[in-house]
Design a protein around this ligand. Structure first.
Ligand code: C2E
Ligand code: CA
Ligand code: CA
Length: 435
């Protein structure tokens, strides 16, 4: 509670309600403290209360005020004011700069729980803490607070974990996400996205049967960024729909270029992220691409994953039927990786199964996996479908897969995904399968 004699005035160093420092003076005082006590390890602790706004709504604001003052009182009594400083920044946010040795965080949280219980407010009020152990003394104090804040944000909403320590990975992840979201539009406009092509082989004939287009981000500073990093972000904000269309068009342009040069081509398959299936003009767009680049439908294949099936089966069936009517082949990507692979196979008019890489990974470890793979190939054959096995990396894996029947192989054993020019060189070296 506020002491007599430190009555706040406008522009004072103190928070009017609790008598603790306010944010500005905390930043100043903490910088002085950290500078003066170089021999002592410190932590910055950010604390707040679950659903504080609701408490203010449900009860009178005086109840909220009482909670905040009680917490502030505790901090003042619990920590030595010569070595620790604390502030309330706004609402229910407290920040402490405390010697690591003196910080018993579990005890602090337990004590606060007890103090709040004793106020007899009929609501579950919990304190949460994010802690940044100061490892870079020259960092501005507000950035130290941001780091503690990041740790706090990570546990917000979980009732089991009441505190978390900052680690460098949190920051990297946050920066990455921010950079990605801000840069996607620019990247597309500046043509930083490009395709790599991974050839797909027939191991018995030693021919190239097709290829898959895989997006790559050639970032001007970070270099090549793999889709594993940015596709999930693109999917969560809807950008994937535009990115996918861009990739399909690049593939069409590439096929047309080769044809204009009088060269042979094999079909190239493209990935259709599940969000595409919400755009009803999808078949029109694909038809438009074919006519713009004067291509035939067999030159472009479409890969669809099970997640599209789980989203909306009726609409997906409609779309796939339309693709088929337009003359496209449709492949089922990552077969066996989800829960509905067999259902999707049962319900959808698909042409080819692409067996998920996980099967090949397990092949040598498990006799059962080898049997399942054999069964999948037989199943596809009896349904009149093609099979591609993904992720083949060794001669042994290739030999086993080839022994199962007419199976195509995609994997590092034959080729990694290649830039277009290298893909073209590879096509010179191998006979191409007739389509
Ligand atoms: P996917 O469609 O299953 O693509 C196959 C992935 O396996 C590719 O990863 C490829 O580089 C990798 N791969 C191929 N052979 C091997 C191998 O022998 N061993 C190993 N360890 N990996 C192999 P990539 O290029 O990183 O793409 C990852 C995923 O990102 C793709 O999985 C696909 O789901 C998504 N993706 C890539 N390009 C696009 C795109 O243009 N649009 C959409 N919507 N998704 C894309
Ligand atoms: Ca794929
Ligand atoms: Ca796949």
């Amino acid at each position: 509670m506020k002491a007599e004699g430190v009555l706040p005035t406008i522009g004072s160093k103190f928070d009017q309600l609790t008598g603790l420092y306010n944010r500005e003076s905390f930043l100043r005082e903490a910088a002085v403290l950290l500078g003066a006590r170089f021999d002592v390890d410190y932590c910055i602790v950010c604390m707040d209360i679950s659903c504080f706004k609701i408490i203010n709504d449900l009860f009178h604001t005086s109840t909220g005020d009482l909670i905040l003052r009680s917490a502030a009182d505790y901090f003042t009594k619990q920590f030595n004011p010569r070595t620790t400083i604390s502030c309330r920044t706004n609402a229910d946010h407290f920040i402490l700069c405390v010697p690591t040795e003196e910080l018993k965080i579990e005890q602090v949280i337990n004590d606060l729980d007890k103090i709040i219980q004793d106020l007899h407010i009929s609501h579950n009020i919990l304190f949460f803490a994010g802690i940044y152990p100061v490892d870079k003394r020259d960092l501005p104090v507000d950035q130290m607070c941001d780091r503690a804040g990041m740790a706090l944000k990570r546990i917000k909403g979980s009732y089991l974990t009441r505190y978390a320590y900052y680690d460098a990975k949190m920051r990297e992840k946050m920066i990455e996400d921010l950079l990605l979201v801000g840069n996607l539009e620019i990247a597309l406009a500046e043509r930083q996205f490009t395709i790599f092509l991974q050839p797909i082989f027939n191991p018995r004939q030693n021919t190239v049967v097709s290829a898959e287009a895989l997006v790559r981000w050639l970032h001007p500073i970070h270099g090549m960024v793999s889709p594993g990093k940015f596709i999930p972000v693109c999917e969560s904000n809807g950008f994937i729909v535009r990115l996918d269309r861009f990739i399909w068009e690049e593939v069409c342009r590439f096929q047309r270029k080769r044809l204009n040069e009088g060269k042979e081509i094999v079909p190239i398959s493209v990935n259709l992220s599940r969000l595409n299936f919400y755009s009803l003009d999808l078949p029109d767009f694909l038809s438009f691409l074919l006519s713009k680049y004067d291509l035939e439908p067999w030159m472009l294949k479409l890969e669809v994953t099970e997640s599209a099936y789980t989203d909306n089966q009726v609409q997906l069936l409609d779309m796939i039927s339309t693709f088929k009517n337009l003359g496209f082949s449709v492949l089922m990507d990552d077969f066996g990786s989800g829960y509905s692979s067999l259902n999707m196979l049962k319900d959808m008019p698909l042409d080819t199964i692409k067996v998920d890489m996980a099967f090949i990974r397990e092949l040598e470890k498990s006799e059962r996996v080898a049997l399942i793979l054999k069964f999948v190939v037989q199943l596809a054959e009896s349904l009149g479908m093609g099979v591609v096995v993904e992720g083949v990396e060794t001669q042994r894996q290739c030999d086993y897969v080839a022994s199962l029947g007419e199976v195509a192989i995609q994997g590092y054993y034959f080729s990694r995904p290649l830039p277009m020019s290298e893909y073209e060189k590879l096509l010179e070296k191998y006979p191409l399968a007739p389509h």
